[in-house]
Ligand binder design. Structure first.
Ligand SMILES: [Mg+2]
Ligand SMILES: [Zn+2]
Length: 224
């Protein structure tokens, strides 16, 4: 697994326990994955920009394949996405729903499945609890499976931004930062909360997830 960009010791945050406490992750425990949308599944639309129509939604190369792979391996995938452009009146909720339907349709055509998508459509100043880095959407997603937020500790969060990693970390997920979207390794240096893994894209993230869940990893994270 040399291609996997596991974080080296210096980059690990203090939520990591030492190797002496590590234990292999139980595969059957970790079957939930939260995915950010823009910059993870489809191309990042640019700073301050939004995907406002289907025409502007472009799958990142390999993301459909990764979703299929994870679906076939038995994972439940949720999309967790901030879409404040709706709250700002830049595009309508209906447009967002159409884009979502387009995404799912293509995921299914490719043999994958997104179990459910959860969007926060509020503006940043609305004070809602669903906008990431809030964990309201994760709670909702888990609730739809009759699980509490405690179950997030057995899940992965894949995102392309500092906010995503902060969200996943706050909820107790294992976090995977993909470099195919908004943020890069340079911006990572400023982050207070570091991701557990850094990879090129969702395809590489899928490899990490499968590897971590295979029981081969000796870096399973646990939290008190
Ligand atoms: Mg994103
Ligand atoms: Zn919200």
């Amino acid at each position: 697994m040399r291609s996997i960009g596991r974080l080296e010791k210096g980059l690990r945050n203090n939520s990591y326990v030492g190797a002496e406490h590590a234990r292999p992750v139980q595969a059957k425990n970790m079957k939930i994955i939260f995915l950010d949308r823009d910059g993870v599944i489809n191309q990042f639309p640019g700073y301050g920009s939004y995907v406002t129509k289907i025409r502007e939604f472009h799958f990142i190369l390999g993301s459909l394949q990764a979703i299929r792979q994870l679906t076939q391996a038995g994972y439940k995938l949720f999309v967790i996405s901030n879409q404040a452009g709706v709250g700002k009146g830049i595009y309508s909720l209906q447009k967002l729903q159409r884009i979502d339907a387009y995404m799912r349709r293509n995921v299914e055509k490719a043999g994958g499945k997104i179990h459910k998508s959860f969007y926060c459509t509020h503006r940043a100043d609305a004070g809602c609890d669903c906008r990431k880095p809030g964990i309201g959407l994760l709670k909702k997603a888990l609730k739809s499976l009759h699980k509490t937020i405690a179950h997030a500790q057995k899940a992965f969060f894949v995102g392309d931004s500092q906010g995503d990693i902060a969200t996943g970390h706050r909820a107790g997920c294992k976090t995977i930062f993909v470099l195919c979207g908004r943020d890069n390794l340079r911006s990572l240096r400023q982050w207070k909360v570091k991701p557990d893994f850094i990879v090129k894209d969702l395809k590489a993230a899928a490899k990490i997830i499968e590897y971590e869940n295979s029981g081969h990893s000796h870096n399973g994270r646990s939290r008190a």
